[in-house]
Design a protein around this ligand. Structure first.
Ligand SMILES: NC(=O)c1ccc[n+]([C@@H]2O[C@H](COP(=O)([O-])OP(=O)(O)OC[C@H]3O[C@@H](n4cnc5c(N)ncnc54)[C@H](OP(=O)(O)O)[C@@H]3O)[C@@H](O)[C@H]2O)c1
Length: 204
């Protein structure tokens, strides 16, 4: 089974979105700064499964290429899905995508839908995603999903794209983690343009 990992962009004070996020402001007030690194370099990187092309540093492009190549499925939360408007039907990274929710949205539930909705919890979603991913890894996105994976002890790796900004408020990544401390081992640090890519293994 491949590893289960997060891959989120975070401000130095720990937020993955600013306050008042919603479809009109997907990363909240001021949160667009978080994704500035995707257009802050001189190397083009095409996001698999989409028509999106980023312009990042060569170091970031290499890191993204490697991370995305190892990713076989994606698990995210319903708020991210709604805020992103279901990515217009093109799941990010073009891999099987599982959305954790209490109620599946009728309009996206049909034979051949690009999304699978999981209403019986994060662990079940990760299990189904792992089966779909084969020997590749599972990426878990959004704060609430990452937190539940950490609490359940099923997260193997934390990857954070750390951006030098203090947002002050918003959606915090590392909270509601249950009893700590949780030990991590730093496995990689890559300096990009406007971002530092940090990878940690969760010590179990
Ligand atoms: N910076 C980055 O790299 C990055 C990446 C991705 C997303 N984001 C941002 O992160 C924010 C969203 O994160 P979030 O943590 O607030 O929300 P989220 O994880 O995307 O979604 C939370 C929702 O998922 C459903 N859910 C979660 N756990 C569940 C469970 N165990 N059982 C059933 N349903 C469950 C619930 O929705 P229902 O009750 O409605 O079903 C819950 O309200 C957005 O601002 C997004 O733009 C940032």
């Amino acid at each position: 089974m491949g590893k289960v990992s997060t891959g989120l962009t975070m401000s130095l004070d720990g937020f993955i979105a600013g306050p008042n996020d919603g479809p009109g402001a997907p990363l909240g007030e001021g949160g667009e700064r978080l994704f500035a690194w995707y257009s802050g370099g001189d190397t083009e990187y095409g996001l698999p499964g989409t028509e999106m092309v980023f312009e990042v540093s060569s170091q970031s492009a290499e890191m993204l290429r490697e991370a995305h190549a190892g990713m076989g499925a994606f698990v995210t939360g319903r708020r991210t899905f709604d805020i992103a408007n279901g990515w217009g039907g093109d799941p990010p990274l073009g891999v099987p995508t599982f959305v954790v929710t209490h109620t599946a949205p009728e309009e996206w539930v049909y034979e051949g839908s690009p999304f699978q909705f999981v209403t019986d919890g994060v662990e079940e979603a990760v299990e189904r995603a792992s089966a779909a991913a084969g020997d590749k890894g599972v990426a878990v996105g959004a704060a609430s999903i990452a937190q539940q994976c950490i609490r359940a002890g099923i997260l193997d790796e934390i990857h954070v794209d750390l951006v030098p900004v203090l947002l002050g408020d918003g959606v915090r990544l590392f909270e509601h983690l249950g009893a700590g401390p949780i030990d991590l081992r730093s496995t990689r640090v890559i300096e990009g343009a406007g971002v530092t890519h940090l990878t940690f293994r969760v010590v179990k």
